[in-house]
Design a protein around this ligand. Structure first.
Ligand SMILES: CCCCCCCCCCCCCCCC(=O)OC/C=C(C)/C=C/C=C(C)/C=C/C1=C(C)CCCC1(C)C
Ligand SMILES: [Fe+2]
Length: 514
């Protein structure tokens, strides 16, 4: 394959595009993204090829693991690696790259290894994982400033690393908590935007809705949730956190958080809806479907009395994180493929939830939206059984780490999502998907390992896909093996790359700060 080939894969005779990767990885160059690197003492200049859009000035901030052992003691799981913060600065046509490890705080009972994401709360920036500890950081110097315990402000045991933000800067998130009678529940929380009196918005944060847990002592693992203009969508998956195991085992046996997860093989997957304003749980609707793992919501919106929910799913209840041990990811290519054959299969799916449900409509498909084959059938026991429309599917070819034009399309009917293509769990391409037509576009280059593509809109743009995608790519054999890739989001063609003479380990999530 030629360098930097991008192409449009149109739906052929099949109804769903297979998105098969055209690239094999016999040289196993992907191992490099799972290896420890040193932090940098100062930002290093990048060599630019191509033309950067003149309006693109700001910082790409990303989080991921960067230290995979301490002395002779290796970490075993991808998500155990110690957090490294990365920054590409774009200014006056010049690009620099900088990275710094986290400073840790001692004497805590759950992890504060904030390797998952970074986002603003009011005027401050926080690096986060999924526990109650978030870490205030300086987005310029990448200094760790302070550790914040969310339990001081909110009744939650932790919150996801994927909050939603309204136009005015209000943040919503979800976390599990102990509800009535010490039963587990899920709390939706709200953090107001920056305050006129400069006080910390966290001081005014509050719980706005409580959703029940399918199991009294075992909340489901959650990684993100959906938000439309008027509703929150929470998907309760069959991957459970055994809190008793966590509480009793952690300090005594040195268990890790991976030991606290278990699968429920009979519950399938439950969808919950809550209204946003006034916030309240819609308890009368029991939306059910077959088992899948869910990490990332793509988008959700309301249309003609229905809630449309687009998701990156993995079929079955077997936990996908069980396949992300470093030993597996660092195997030879044939072994990587063999291991991934046993893992749940990825699929991009659309679910449609009817809002207006009548008893007499039992047994019929309640979804009357003209453009989807997703169904919802009311059963005699009052449950509504959902079947999805498949938007994208390919054997062991995942579309993950999805992004949209968030400022324009959050909670609205939309056309485009951009994601990272995982080939047997190895990130090897960037994919654009039209969720209405199922057309796909792919950027792929031999021996290149990209990360989540962040969409940055062109200032003043009206078209949904008028903008660029930013992704950190690693090309292990190259003279300058780490680069910031800038793609035209419409055509998925390369505009520019800014390359540095260092490997950049895998990053999970991040943000663009204009
Ligand atoms: C970018 C390329 C990656 C290469 C391979 C990845 C393949 C991924 C395929 C599946 C998609 C999964 C996406 C996951 C994205 C992500 O960022 O995940 C990181 C998640 C982490 C680090 C989760 C940490 C969770 C913790 C520490 C949970 C702690 C706990 C609670 C929240 C409550 C109860 C106690 C406990 C267990 C401490
Ligand atoms: Fe995520």
């Amino acid at each position: 394959m030629q360098a930097g080939v991008s192409c449009k894969q149109l739906v052929s005779t099949e109804s769903v595009n297979s998105m098969a990767s055209r690239v094999e990885h016999p040289a196993a160059g992907y191992r490099k993204i799972f290896e420890t690197v040193e932090e940098l003492s100062e930002p290093i200049p990048a060599e630019i090829t191509g033309v950067l859009p003149s309006w693109l000035g700001g910082s790409l901030l990303r989080m991921g693991p960067g230290l995979f052992e301490v002395g002779d003691e290796p970490f075993y799981h991808l998500f155990d690696g110690q957090a490294l913060m990365h920054k590409f600065d774009l200014k006056n046509g010049q690009v620099t790259y900088y990275r710094k490890f986290f400073t840790y705080f001692k004497g805590i009972e759950v992890t504060d290894n904030c390797l998952v994401n970074i986002y603003p709360i009011g005027e401050d920036f926080y690096a986060v994982t999924e526990t109650n500890y978030i870490t205030k950081v300086d987005p310029d110097s990448l200094e760790t400033l302070s550790k914040v315990d969310l339990c001081k402000y909110l009744s939650v045991n932790g919150v996801t690393a994927h909050p939603h933000t309204d136009t005015d800067g209000t943040i919503y998130n979800i976390g599990n908590c102990f509800g009535k009678n010490m039963s587990l529940a899920y709390n939706i929380v709200k953090i107001p935007p920056a305050q006129k009196d400069n006080s910390d918005p966290l001081e005014k944060s509050q719980v706005v809705a409580q959703l029940p847990s399918s199991e009294r002592l075992k909340p489901s693992y959650m990684h993100s949730f959906g938000m439309t203009d008027n509703y929150f969508v929470f998907v309760e998956q069959p991957v459970k956190i055994n809190l008793l195991k966590f509480l009793s085992a952690w300090s005594i046996t040195g268990a890790t958080y991976m030991d606290c997860f278990e699968s429920n093989d009979s519950m399938g997957t439950w969808f919950h809806l809550a209204t946003k304003d006034p916030a309240g749980y819609l308890s009368s609707h029991k939306f059910r479907t077959s088992a899948f793992n869910l990490f990332h919501h793509i988008n959700a919106y309301e249309d003609e009395g229905f809630i449309v929910v687009d998701l990156c799913t993995w079929k079955g209840h077997d936990f996908v994180y069980n396949y992300l041990y470093l030993a597996n990811l660092r195997e030879e290519w044939e072994e990587v493929k063999k291991a991934a054959m046993k893992a749940p299969q990825p699929e991009v799916r659309r679910y449609v939830l009817p809002l207006d449900i009548h008893r007499e409509e039992q047994g019929k498909n309640l979804v009357s939206l003209s453009y989807t084959t997703a169904t919802a059938v009311l059963h005699s026991d009052g449950t509504i059984w959902l079947e999805p429309e498949v938007l994208l599917s390919g054997p062991r070819q995942a579309f993950e780490f999805p992004q949209i034009n968030y400022s324009q399309c959050r909670g609205k009917k939309y056309s485009f999502t951009y994601g990272l293509g995982l080939n047997h769990f190895i990130p090897d391409r960037i994919v654009k998907l039209n969720v209405q037509t199922k057309e796909t576009w792919v950027w792929q280059e031999e021996e290149c390992y990209p990360s989540e593509p962040l969409f940055v809109p062109t200032p003043g743009a009206t078209e949904e896909d008028d903008g660029v995608l930013l992704s950190i790519v690693v090309k292990p054999g190259a003279e300058r093996p780490g680069f910031l890739l800038v793609l035209d989001a419409m055509k998925l063609t390369e505009l520019a790359r800014a390359a540095v003479n260092t490997i950049i380990p895998v990053t999970l999530h991040g943000m663009y700060k204009p």
